[in-house]
Design a protein around this ligand. Structure first.
Ligand code: NAD
Length: 456
């Protein structure tokens, strides 16, 4: 495929005024919904081929979210897209001021593999709702999902508006040489830097949805069984291959042994297994081996079994972990939960602050002072108090990281904003004005200007 030609054809299409119309955007969104609904079975089959994920979980974590996104965008589009009046200051009186969102133009969206359909299609929906054209490059690691998306998008959309380009580093590098109007990337901080540099060459605005180590803390004031039930669900969903999964957990020393016992019970009760349709495979052998290296045998409190044939790792709890252990040096992105004992809450916040700003943070506590300290003293993309992961399911909460965990956000209105430029316009009446800015300058004019500036 000829990448420069493809980008040129999308740019030409993006300039047509059709994409400015809400009716046209709604038509595109309805077509998107139709594509998902008519091909649900095919999508589940592809996700199953990549991860052995059940249709039930694929619906909850991938398809349902997209359908909700589309419905919300269609409902809110008239409000999101209209010009908003702002106050005009006295210096500019008489006149009107407003801001109006406009599409950037042609967007490149680069996806990650862990929720291959959702992480590729959700930004595409936001970009199309905002009136852009989209070239989507899904992750080559979830190859069946990528192929399925390419087939479906090819059947339902013209390539000038929305198309999928498949491939890995070579193909992404070729795409990045082109001048896009916006780049939206989901993936690791290391590749995020490559994307940022490539975008800088063209001064292209970017959104980076990255990862890192998201900490959880359980304090003695938490309701322990509930906290652990929620933590376990969040950690082992998708076998820990979730960007906002709790990476590790600090537990107060007074409840450390009790917590380990409840963790074990909860995992056993959940009965994670491919055959139970509530567990998934590790994406590939390379990641399986990487995770295996993080399993310190002498520190395994529960689990630890690796099944190379089925490409799975049992939900695993590591105990007596300290910050120097190998498992604490990189994002785990798998079903291994290190449990660290702490004695002082403030010191724990400081330890987290010493690292990179995480994508998410979770606090299990029923003490308002702890809530306040955690909220005011830690910087992170988003998070939950007394829960984990669930903040991502509220479209009214912008989703994104900060610092090493990302730049920018999306979901709901935030997604529309991410793919829009807000154009500021001042509109003056045809003739009438207060002529203070024109020469000849005088002290009377100066006094009036000062008065007006003060009043503004
Ligand atoms: P990755 O960075 O390896 O790959 C992401 C994308 O970049 C893929 O499409 C890949 O083809 C492309 N890519 C890889 N190397 C490249 C290169 N040298 N040049 C150009 N493009 C390249 O990430 P991944 O393994 O797919 O995903 C795991 C990471 O993504 C984790 O860090 C995770 O936390 C993060 N993540 C973040 C979010 C989020 O929403 N913030 C969601 C999912 C995953």
């Amino acid at each position: 495929m000829n990448v420069p030609q493809l980008v040129a054809s999308q740019k030409k299409y993006a300039q047509t005024t059709r994409l400015q119309s809400n009716a046209e955007r709604v038509k595109t969104l309805l077509r998107f919904k139709q594509m998902l609904e008519e091909n649900e079975a095919q999508l589940y089959k592809a996700i199953h081929a990549d991860f052995h994920k059940s249709a039930h979980e694929a619906f909850l974590t991938e398809i349902a979210i997209l359908i909700k996104d589309i419905e919300e965008a269609i409902r809110a589009l008239p409000k999101w897209s209209r010009a908003t009046k702002v106050r005009t200051n006295l210096v500019n009186w008489p006149g009107q001021s407003f801001v109006k969102p406009e599409p950037f133009g042609t967007c490149l969206i680069i996806g990650a593999w862990n929720y291959p359909i959702q992480l590729s299609f959700a930004p595409a929906i936001a970009a199309l709702a905002a009136g852009n054209t989209v070239i989507l490059k899904p992750s080559e690691l979830a190859e069946n999902s990528a192929q399925c998306m390419a087939n479906l998008v090819g059947q339902y959309f013209i390539p000038e508006l929305f198309t999928v380009v498949q491939g890995g580093v070579t193909e992404t590098t070729a795409l990045l040489e082109q001048r896009f109007d916006k780049i939206f990337f989901t993936g690791s901080p290391a590749v995020g830097k490559i994307i940022y540099q490539a975008a800088a060459k063209h001064l292209t605005p970017v959104t980076l949805e990255l990862g890192g180590k998201s900490p959880a803390i359980i304090t003695p004031t938490a309701h322990l069984p509930t906290a652990i039930k929620r933590l376990v669900w969040a950690k082992f969903l998708n076998a820990g291959q979730t960007c906002i999964a709790p990476d590790y957990v600090f537990v107060h020393e007074s409840i450390y042994e009790e917590s380990l016992a409840i963790l074990k019970d909860q995992i056993e009760q959940n009965n994670y297994d491919l055959s139970a349709h509530n567990y998934v495979q590790i994406i590939n052998e390379r990641n399986l081996e990487r995770l295996e290296r993080l399993l310190q045998k002498e520190k395994i409190a529960f689990g630890g079994k690796v099944d190379k044939i089925n490409r799975t790792i049992e939900p695993t709890i590591l105990r007596d972990i300290n910050l120097q252990d190998a498992v604490m040096q990189e994002e785990i992105f798998g079903p291994i939960l290190p449990v660290i004992a702490y004695s002082n809450f403030q010191e724990t916040l400081q330890l987290i602050r010493n690292g990179e700003k995480p994508l998410s943070a979770y606090l299990f506590s029923n003490d308002n002072r702890e809530h306040k300290a955690w909220l005011n003293e830690l910087s992170f993309g988003g998070g939950c108090i007394n829960d984990a992961i669930m903040h991502i399911t509220n479209p009214n909460l912008p989703f994104g990281g900060v610092g090493q965990s990302g730049t920018g956000s999306y979901h709901g209105k935030a997604g529309f904003d991410t793919f829009s430029h807000y154009k500021s316009v001042f509109k003056k009446p045809r003739l009438f004005e207060v002529p203070l800015k024109y020469p000849p300058y005088s002290s009377t004019k100066m006094t009036w200007i000062k008065r007006l500036l003060k009043l503004s």
